[in-house]
Every structure is written in C-alpha cells, then in structure tokens.
Design a protein around this ligand. Structure first.
Ligand code: URA
Length: 434
C-alpha cells in the first residue's frame, strides 16, 4: 500500500477502506508518512469530505492512538457536555453541580482557553490552590464524592489529534467539518460516558458562523457518536453575544456561583436548563421540559447544587468558602468604564471582539505559552435587547496592567452594535439534533 494512492483515491472521491485508513494514520503517527503527504490528504478531505463509514472509522482510529479512560468504580449516569468554544461560556461551572445534585455525574476532560475563547481549567484555576485531577484515580476520588469530575487533557489523550491539528493549523484545513467532527469526537470517545451533549455555538464568536455549518457539524458528530453506540446529542446555541455578563476567569466563577444561588442571566439559564433537560430525558427521568425545570429549581432553591460546587472546590484543593466570600478570589487593581456613543437598543455584541478585548488585557492567551491573569476581565452592563442612553456605561474593563487597556476599551465599544429597533424574543437554543 502507498500513501500516494490513498491521497489519489480521496482526490477522486472514492471511499477509503478501513485498511487504507489504518495504513495512513498508523504511518503518520509512526513518522513513516511525512507531513507533506498528510497535508495533501487533509486538503483532499477538505474538498471531498468523508462518508459516514470513513469518518466513523477514522475517528475511532484517532481515538485509539492514545489512552482510553474508563471507570469501574463510578456508579453514576455520566454526562459529558462539550462546548465547541464560546465567549463568557461558564456553562460547565454551573452545569456540573446541577447534574450532580440531580443524581448524575460529569467526568470529563477540560481544556485551557486559547485566542478569544476561554477554557474551564483557567476559570477554576482562579481559585487559589485549586488543582485539576491529573489522573483518573484523582478524578474518581473527587467525582465519587461530589458527582463533579474534571480532568485536564494529557499528552496521552488522542496524540494523533495533536499531531494532525498542528498540521491543519498551517495547511488551511482547520475549518473542514469532517476534520473538526473527528477531532472533537475522538477526544469525547476517549473517556467513558453514558451521554455526550455537544453545545455547538453558532454566530460571531463561534467556530461555526452560520446555522447551516453548525447544523452540518452537529449532524456529523452525532452520526459518529451514535454509530459507535454512544448516545450523542447536539444543542445549537446562540453566540451572537457573549454568554452571561462576565468574560474572564474569576469574574466568570462569581457569575457561575451566583447562578447556583438563583441569580441568572437569562441566556445562561436557558442554555443550562436545556442541557439538563436533555440529560434527564435521556436518563429516563422526565418527559417534558417543565418537569426538568422544576427539578432544577428545587436543587437551586435548597442549595444542594451550590453545596456540591463548594465540596468540589474543597476536594480539588481550593477554599470552598469562596462560594460565600468572593474576596478570596484575585481582584483587579482598576476598572475602566466604556460609555455608549449613541442612544438606542443593543442589537448585537460581537462576541469574538469581546473575547479579544478580554485576551489583550490578560484574561486569555494569544499563544499556548501565555500566562493568564485570573483577576482581569470584562463585565457587560448591557445585553442584546437592552435600551441604552448616549453616555451610559455599557461595559466595564477590570484590569491590572495599563498596557492594552485603551485598545481593549476601543474593541469593547466597537463590539456593541446599537440600533433603533428593539430585538424581541432572542432565542438562545436554536436547534437540537439527535
Ligand atoms: N476543536 C477541536 O477539538 N478540534 C477542532 O478541529 C476544532 C475545534
């Protein structure tokens, strides 16, 4: 078998056999197939796509390139929620404790933020001494007691994805739907769960800018999961403005804690409630959204979800008292206000621009090597649909270092789109694909 013939087949839109996929991926991982041949193959996939059978096999082969984490002693219904990456996305912070309070558990791999999108690891690391589980034994110890288990990605999880992703990055093949689907799903399938819920963000701040692309990516990921017997659902959610009011790290933890005390931003609530509803429905505990919402309200009102977050923080090395005392979190030195230059209604808040504005003051990373300043971030004072007066404060920038704060403010002001008409009935759940 020769790599050149496999590339030629994909170029001619012919379906690859399992043996050909084995040859290509094993050879690439071992270094016997060079980058230039893999690059040509990736570009052929970019233009000619993969069939369901090819994509499923390709994904499993990627998954099998590294460790597969299974739990013998975690007797829970395990829900793995994954976000394709958004701005202000603190869903995991809130969702884990709610699922746990309802008798389910999360045992998932989480990432660090890069570029304009944040990562769950960075948010929790705002809490002094907080350490993510590094091994499955550590994860089981924490999740066994609290129902919340989060672990950082190690180099042994899908090493082939790391190698291929780095190549995609420099060969203009990142934005290929089958390649994104196999990259995400290979990592999801590397850890045991009963249900995978994919929160596919759609809009300005998301990987998928249009509903059509988001739908296609969702369909392909759901197809992969379900064809290997892992129940998978995709929820398409709005990212035409950041989620909630805060973008950063410590400030997102505070917003997450506040949500667990019943003080929600409407959009965050809609997304979290929908995901919990889908989890309860698939576990067989509810048949309607209303039943699910009642159960969620109960664990918020009786403090059970918040208590599980407190315990999760304690068992992870942090001070659980942070849920009552936000001064335990790092605080920024100064605040800069951004004022509206016009009167009207907020019609859009360009999420990517806000993510970049947060990144340049240190809340995120421009490169993987950058350090994050957990104290800094942006608070939106107005959301889409809100009325604003000229000269009114629309956002606040929490910063430590003066260096980029003026350009951050300019980006925030530019991100706000003010129009004459009020936008009504903003939908945050766009579609569910299963
Ligand atoms: N996230 C991933 O994990 N992989 C991709 O290819 C794109 C987004």
């Amino acid at each position: 078998m020769r790599a050149v013939d496999i590339i030629d087949k994909k170029k001619k839109r012919q379906e690859l056999t399992k043996e050909e996929i084995d040859f290509l991926l094993e050879g690439y991982l071992a270094g016997t197939i060079p980058d230039y041949q893999m690059s040509a193959f990736l570009m052929a996939v970019y233009f000619n796509n993969m069939t369901k059978e090819e994509l499923t096999y390709f994904t499993l082969k990627m998954r099998n390139s590294g460790d597969i984490i299974t739990f013998d002693n975690l007797d829970y219904y395990l829900v793995d929620k994954h976000s394709t990456g958004g701005v202000g996305d603190k869903v995991t912070v809130v969702l884990g404790p709610i699922l746990a309070a309802l008798g389910m558990a999360t045992a998932k791999l989480s990432g660090k933020g890069l570029g304009h999108t944040g990562g769950t690891i960075d948010k929790f690391e705002s809490i002094e001494n907080f350490k993510f589980s590094l091994t499955k034994e550590e994860l089981v110890a924490v999740a066994g007691k609290t129902g919340v288990g989060l672990m950082g990605y190690s180099d042994n999880i899908v090493p082939l994805d790391k190698k291929i992703y780095a190549l995609r990055d420099v060969t203009a093949t990142v934005d290929s739907i089958p390649l994104i689907a196999s990259s995400i799903m290979s990592k999801k399938l590397a850890i045991q769960s009963n249900l995978i819920i994919l929160d596919v963000k759609v809009g300005d701040g998301a990987f998928m800018k249009t509903i059509e692309d988001a739908r296609e990516l969702s369909r392909r990921m759901v197809e992969i999961g379900n064809s290997v017997g892992r129940k998978t659902i995709a929820v398409l959610t709005n990212m035409d403005e950041p989620l909630g009011y805060n973008i950063g790290n410590a400030n997102e933890i505070i917003e997450g804690i506040e949500a667990l005390k019943g003080h929600w931003s409407a959009d965050l609530k809609e997304v979290v409630y929908e995901i919990v509803y889908l989890a309860l429905k698939h576990k067989g505990e509810v048949s309607t959204y209303e039943e699910a919402a009642k159960k969620i309200d109960e664990v918020i009102d009786n403090g059970r979800a918040l208590e599980l977050l407190r315990q999760f923080i304690e068992l992870s090395g942090g001070d659980g008292e942070v849920v009552n005392n936000y001064e335990l979190l790092p605080m920024p030195k100064s605040v800069l206000e951004g004022f509206s230059e016009e009167e009207g209604f907020v019609t859009k808040i360009k999420a990517e621009e806000i993510g970049k504005a947060a990144m340049v003051i240190g809340a995120g990373r421009a490169t993987k090597e950058d350090e994050v300043d957990h104290a800094v971030g942006i608070e939106l004072k107005k959301k889409v649909g809100d009325k604003v007066e000229k000269g009114e404060v629309i956002a606040e920038i929490y910063f430590n270092d003066e260096k980029n704060v003026q350009s951050s403010k300019a980006m925030v002001l530019d991100a706000y789109v003010i129009g004459k008409e009020k936008i009504e009935n903003i939908k945050n759940i766009l579609e569910v694909i299963e």
